[in-house]
Design a protein around this ligand. Sequence first.
Ligand code: 5GP
Length: 139
Amino acid sequence: MAYDQNNIFAKILRKEAPCFPVYEDDMTLAFMDVMPQAEGHTLVIPKFPAENLFDLDPEYAGAMAKTTKKIAAAVKEAFAAPGILIAQLNGAAAGQTVFHIHTHIIPRSQGIDLKLHARELADFEELKRHAERIRKALG
Ligand code: 5GP
């Protein structure tokens, strides 16, 4: 399947759609997931038009891993999370719903179940506060 330039993350990268950003550099952008599976659920995307890992330029794969590590540490601190789940889905069969590659960074605590994937829209004021918390942890 050809990369769809009108997918929502492509629009966020072109600033045609809003997001709650936490970090940006030349090759990547990190922002809050609007339907979080746990408080602090953050996404990292490369500034490269790839649907999945197989289409991604290796340099951008490296940049994405680097940003994911950096943001995961900040999310862990900001939400005092004992665990962090990192996920990256490739293809509809794997559960992918937005076809611009991204990593999910999701705080986990024992005994607290994850909410359903891409199901319930969060309160935008709360997402804004969460993004601020993560930016603060980034220093
Ligand atoms: P996937 O299923 O492709 O691995 O994950 C896509 C993620 O994008 C889901 O967790 C979903 O909640 C999130 N998402 C879908 N639409 C939007 C949007 O417009 N903005 C943001 N920030 N996240 C979105």
